[in-house]
Design a protein around this ligand. Structure first.
Ligand SMILES: NC(=O)C1=CN([C@@H]2O[C@H](COP(=O)(O)OP(=O)(O)OC[C@H]3O[C@@H](n4cnc5c(N)ncnc54)[C@H](OP(=O)(O)O)[C@@H]3O)[C@@H](O)[C@H]2O)C=CC1
Ligand SMILES: CC(=O)N[C@@H](CCC(=O)OP(=O)(O)O)C(=O)O
Length: 347
């Protein structure tokens, strides 16, 4: 597969920039069109100097005719945009991959409750496929519209689904404590992401109200066949990239740490981007920085019989652009690693 023409709506955002970084070297991609809602005609490299001589094309106005001629359209826009933008394009030619939350929740009322915005039309939501690649590649393959998972759900689900599906941990008392770097909040400055407010500080936010709670619960039901309500909280760490998710769950009677590890290893043995770590007692976000890897480990506390299940990802890569391209690869029948086979930055 080669000569693909792809478009990025929201190219100037953090997710858009990461899509460009990986698509530029993708062997199947011949052309990348960049779309904007606010800076039509601006030469991309005049805005992003690090791309001089690499991406010197101008930003284009979002235009249905131009989008419909492409093979793949990535949308990396704030929630509430693609629910209106993408429906007219569904089934019209391009494969659509949406990085926002607009098509992830199957229940429109739930979207409206958690996002506080009008939901996409139900018949379009019904056609969308949740793009957690390791768990849904067979449906991703022929989807007209992919709802790329949220950053936190990607880390949480990859680490918990195998253990929940195999009934090795108790789904009834799941507590998940997750932390993110500030790029997770996008490129628009705000009071809470201002350097002087986040530097040398560490905060909890959206306490018990994060919009990824229903997404995680829905995916646990979908892939592990378990109905549960979770306690999930998020924290802002003064770093640019990375998510670390720590989940606590009671271990089912008679189940050992070795069985939990073996379950994770078996689940992911054929999935190159998920690495089950066994020889360490700690994980850092640096070990996956800039890459599409998700590293996981599990430890059982024998005093409490609870498992501590930890996952790290780069929110902008496996949590957004990388997973979106992994889904495109599945659709194009390419190895999932195509264009994504990079060594983590680490420092
Ligand atoms: N940052 C992250 O770690 C992750 C983000 N996501 C999701 O991906 C999406 C993009 O995130 P991110 O890149 O961080 O966001 P940014 O805020 O960095 O960028 C979003 C881009 O969308 C464009 N945009 C803004 N308003 C509109 C509009 N009304 N119509 C069309 N385009 C618009 C803007 O570009 P322009 O003005 O040029 O049009 C902007 O640069 C969001 O939905 C986010 O929740 C998902 C997983 C992880
Ligand atoms: C650090 C930070 O603010 N992260 C964002 C991630 C948002 C996101 O990706 O949300 P949707 O894709 O569901 O819109 C947050 O917690 O809301």
């Amino acid at each position: 597969m080669s000569g693909m023409k792809v478009g990025i709506v929201g190219a100037t955002g953090y997710g858009g920039l990461e899509l460009i970084r990986f698509l530029h070297n993708h062997p199947a991609v011949e052309q990348i069109d960049l779309f904007t809602s606010s800076e039509e005609g601006v030469v991309f490299s005049s805005k992003f100097g690090h791309l001089v001589t690499i991406i010197d094309s101008p930003l284009q106005k979002i235009d249905y005719e131009a989008l419909s001629k492409l093979d793949v359209v990535f949308a990396s826009t704030p929630s509430g945009v693609t629910s209106e933008l993408l429906p007219p394009l569904v089934g019209k030619g391009p494969k659509l991959i949406d990085l926002s939350g607009d098509f992830r929740l199957k229940n429109p009322a739930s979207y409206e409750q958690w996002y506080g915005k009008k939901a996409a039309p139900l018949k379009i939501i019904e056609q969308s496929v949740y793009g957690l690649t390791e768990w849904n590649a067979h449906n991703v393959k022929n989807a007209a519209l992919i709802a790329n998972p949220g950053c936190y759900p990607t880390a949480v689900l990859l680490s918990l689904l195998p253990l929940l599906k195999a009934q090795l941990i108790d789904p009834n008392y799941l507590v998940i404590d997750a932390k993110s770097g500030i790029s997770g909040a996008g490129n628009k400055p705000s009071q809470t992401t201002h350097f002087s407010e986040v530097n040398e500080s560490f905060s909890i936010y959206k306490t018990n109200t994060h919009q990824h709670i229903p997404e995680i619960e829905q995916a646990i039901s979908m892939f592990a066949n378990v109905e549960t309500t979770i306690t999930f909280n998020t924290h802002l760490v003064p770093m640019t990239r990375g998510i670390l998710s720590t989940a606590y769950a009671p271990v089912m009677p008679g189940i050992s740490e070795e069985q939990l590890v073996a379950c994770l290893q078996t689940t992911y043995e054929k999935h190159p981007f998920v690495r089950v770590i066994t020889d360490m007692n700690s994980l850092t976000t640096n070990r996956v920085k800039g890459s599409n890897y998700c590293d996981i480990f599990v430890k059982v506390d024998s005093r409490t019989n609870r498992a501590t299940i930890v996952a790290v990802i780069d929110n902008l890569v496996k949590g957004a652009a990388g997973q979106a391209i992994q889904n495109m690869n599945v659709q194009l029948d390419l190895p999932q690693t195509t264009g994504l086979d990079v060594v983590p930055l680490f420092i």
